[in-house]
Design a protein around this ligand. Structure first.
Ligand code: IMP
Length: 428
């Protein structure tokens, strides 16, 4: 048996959906452990494309237990619409479980998210406006409503009423906006509760039982290391913990139960929303990567900012997450470029800096130090063995691995499950 955590090693959108879907094949249990419907996974199986925001991509295999852990914030409308669309396409959700302790997103969270972004104007974070930050804020402030509370017909109206009263005061007195209707939200959420209750349980028990039984468990992170509330480019981060350690507290398993951590990174870098991005390319190459990589957000449709692979970020992700391996996705997107670059350090006031700085002021003055590599013209999307890749591509991969300090276990050369090169046979 083995337990594997998969995390994003950059700013999210690294292709975790494809990697977790690939690894899910050998998993018995797949646990989604952070974020909410700010995330989006596109998984291609055969000729079908599935876009999932909350439900783990393991659901596409009929026999896997899929768990949404307590660290996830759940928008019930989104959850139920994903369930409905999967069921409509013949995919069963009978093995899907939600933690009783997960917090629920309400319309006032979305409204607060939007109003705060508007208020910040040019200093906005560029959130997905899905209410994620305000939902986690309520959780920390100990006024949030958990799934177990939503299912409690006596408690829920009381908790909702208290929340709506305080949020409506903010809307009307601070923002000069309109109040939300308590009854309307109570009715809608009571209906959601009815539909959700069959999925709800103590998921920590389920996951620990599976550990005891020696099953393969895959913990699927959301977003990426550089969006982590503690370790990312604060304040331009999400309000949760995309890093590996969070798998434990969200799933309710101890750190001694984790065997392996795999970080997913693209062969280049992307970022959506505002905030620093040292290797960003505001030129034709950046546009070309966006076009070839289809770099538009799964959740918001926003064009992603594109740039070269950043080895400083890669090394940082290895350290913060204790990565054993990297999975490098979208190598095929770089095909056809005359020259490919990797950032190996940052030049800050004439000195080379090898570690990612905490200060955004210092970061804004950092100039990437690049190593350049010749590109390749071949179409690599049909290649399944490392040795068959063009020599230039292998050189590039070797250097990425060397700079980050971990081996590359998996290379993505296209969006399909099969378009994968494995350099290590068994990742469990
Ligand atoms: P929030 O999570 O909606 O509060 O957004 C905070 C920051 O995280 C913004 O820069 C978003 O663009 C970014 N973000 C949130 N979810 C994702 C994701 O799944 N992929 C990439 N960026 C994300």
């Amino acid at each position: 048996m083995s337990t594997v955590v998969v995390i994003g090693a950059q700013w999210g959108d690294e292709g975790k959906g494809k990697v977790t879907d690939f690894l899910a094949e050998k998993a018995d249990v797949v646990v989604r452990y952070m974020g909410g419907n700010n995330a989006g996974h596109t998984v291609v199986v055969g000729d079908h494309e599935y876009k999932l925001h909350l439900i783990p991509s393991g659901i596409l295999y009929p026999d896997k237990m899929c768990v949404i852990g307590s660290g996830v914030v759940i928008d019930p409308a989104v959850f139920l619409s994903e369930v409905e669309s999967l069921e409509k396409r013949g995919i069963s959700t009978k093995n899907l479980w939600i933690s009783q302790r997960a917090h629920v997103i309400f319309p006032y969270h979305q409204k607060l998210d939007q109003m705060e972004e508007e208020r910040k104007g040019n200093n906005k974070i560029g959130t997905t406006c899905r209410g994620i930050g305000p939902a986690y804020t309520d959780k920390s402030a100990r006024v949030g409503i958990r799934v177990i509370d939503l299912l409690d017909g006596e408690q829920f109206p009381v908790l909702l009423n208290a929340n709506i009263n305080s949020k409506n005061r903010i809307f009307t007195e601070v923002y000069d906006g309109t109040a939300l209707d308590y009854k309307e939200i109570l009715d809608a959420y009571s209906t959601y509760a009815e539909a959700m209750k069959k999925y709800v349980c103590d998921t920590s028990l389920l996951v620990n039982d599976a550990v005891e039984q020696g099953k393969n468990i895959l913990f699927e992170g959301a977003q990426g290391t550089m969006l982590d509330l503690d370790h990312g480019t604060y304040p331009f981060v999400t309000s949760s913990h995309p890093t590996a350690g969070a798998a434990c507290f969200s799933a309710g398993v101890g750190p001694t139960r984790i065997d392996r951590v795999i970080g997913v990174a693209k062969a280049y870098t992307t970022r959506v929303g505002e905030g620093p991005f040292p290797t960003e390319l505001n030129d034709d190459i950046g546009s070309l990567i966006r076009k070839q990589g289809g770099e538009y957000g799964t959740t918001t449709g926003r064009p992603r900012r594109c740039g070269w692979f950043d080895g400083v970020v890669g090394r940082y992700a290895v350290r913060i997450n204790g990565l054993d391996y990297l999975a490098l996705t979208k190598l095929d997107v770089l095909s056809g470029l005359e020259q490919i670059k990797i950032c190996t350090g940052y030049n800050y006031q004439g000195e080379v800096m090898n570690e990612f700085p905490a200060s955004l002021k210092i970061l804004s003055e950092c100039v990437p130090v690049y190593e350049s590599f010749p590109g390749w013209d071949e179409d690599i999307t049909g290649i399944r063995k490392l040795a068959d890749l063009p020599e230039q591509a292998r050189l590039f991969l070797d250097r990425v691995s060397e700079i980050c300090g971990v081996p590359i276990a998996l290379i993505g050369v296209g969006s399909r499950r099969s378009q994968t090169i494995l350099t290590k046979e068994d990742l469990y």
